[in-house]
Design a protein around this ligand. Structure first.
Ligand SMILES: C[S@@+](CC[C@H](N)C(=O)[O-])C[C@H]1O[C@@H](n2cnc3c(N)ncnc32)[C@H](O)[C@@H]1O
Length: 324
């Protein structure tokens, strides 16, 4: 039996990963941050809840941008104690402990009074990681006020032909090498799509074996950017699988249906991460990386023209129907 994902384990390096220009998160997370800002501003939220807040990067960004909304208070919940510990440290350093409450809590088992929040949001595809996503949507529905808003992202089912890629391990990406306590092994992530799921396998590969050398060789032949979105030839890794994680991919009708079933009207679905597709060209890449936030704003404005099928992430916004 292969173990599933443990968010505690990646907590210490999470922020470093999402702020690394070569990580896909660097681009689409900022678009989602901006969409969350828009969502909260539109309803002039006073009480907002972030589900699966991790290290609270999104909430802290939102509080910084919405500094003028003095009454806004955010509650961030996450099931990983380690993530919350880091989030609390950061909130203290940012001087916003009055404006944010961070708690270790299962997002499907919220214990807030009914109709408590003006807005609920999430960044990081929490719905895609849950076995019973409806439970989360129902919990969110009951914690939201009537006419309250929700916005969260899910991983979309990719178009044909973009179904296989490999993440290089940090150590194998020689330009971003890190010291590791266990130097006799390297970790390699293999990511591929099978039906409605994205499968993420983490392998341990012993150094100086034939497989290690083959992997190193194939990684060196790949462009040095966006490890998550390139498609090297299929490579069956003959190594110990340490963890295997299944992440649910949604089509637009599926996620719309899930929202409606939980009692939300879907107001708009945005695509995020389109710009990642521009980054194969080196000149464009350095330009986009330098002006990431502007590109995220352009991406939001141009959403009406883009085809959601080509988005890396979908951000779905909805409104709790009023009882009358
Ligand atoms: C991909 S990470 C995103 C973290 C953060 N929101 C961000 O954008 O940087 C997903 C987060 O969801 C949390 N999570 C996963 N399942 C959860 C659940 N059932 N209840 C609460 N948190 C959960 C994980 O611990 C992890 O921190």
């Amino acid at each position: 039996m292969v173990k599933g994902i443990h968010w505690d384990q990646g907590a210490e390096t999470w922020d470093e990963m999402i702020h690394d220009e070569s990580s896909p998160h660097y681009h689409y997370y900022r678009t989602i941050d901006m969409l969350v800002v828009q969502l909260l501003r539109d309803v002039q939220a006073r009480r907002a809840l972030e589900l699966g807040c991790g290290t609270a990067e999104c909430s802290l960004y939102v509080l910084r941008i919405l500094e003028d909304m003095k009454d806004l208070h955010i509650v961030g919940v996450d099931s990983s104690a380690k993530m919350i510990e880091i989030a609390q440290r950061k909130a203290k350093a940012a001087g916003v402990t009055e404006r944010i409450t961070l708690k270790v809590k299962e997002a499907t088992q919220l214990s807030y009074p009914e109709e408590h929040f003006d807005a609920i949001f999430s960044r990081g595809a929490i719905l895609s990681y849950l076995k019973r996503p409806h439970k989360l949507l129902r919990a969110a529905h009951s914690a939201l006020k009537e006419e309250g808003v929700i916005g969260l992202d899910v991983l979309p089912q990719p178009p044909e032909g973009r179904d296989y890629h490999i993440f290089r391990s940090p150590e194998i990406q020689l330009t971003r090498s890190k010291s590791q306590s266990d130097t006799s092994f390297i970790t390699v992530h293999e990511v591929f799509t099978r039906g409605k799921y994205q499968i993420v396998r983490r392998y341990r590969v012993q150094r100086d074996t034939q497989l290690y050398n083959e992997l190193k060789q194939s990684f060196q032949n790949l462009p040095s950017h966006l490890p998550g979105l390139i498609e090297p030839p299929k490579l069956l890794l003959q190594a110990t699988v340490m963890t295997e994680e299944r992440v649910r991919l949604y089509t637009v009708p599926e996620i719309t249906h899930a929202f409606q079933k939980a009692g939300f009207d879907v107001t708009k679905i945005y695509g995020a991460g389109y710009t990642l597709r521009l980054l194969k060209d080196e000149e464009i890449r350095s330009f986009v990386n330098k002006h990431r936030d502007i590109f995220c704003r352009i991406e939001i404005l141009l959403n009406a023209l883009f085809n959601l099928q080509y988005a890396t992430m979908l951000f779905i916004t909805g409104r709790k129907k009023s009882a009358t």
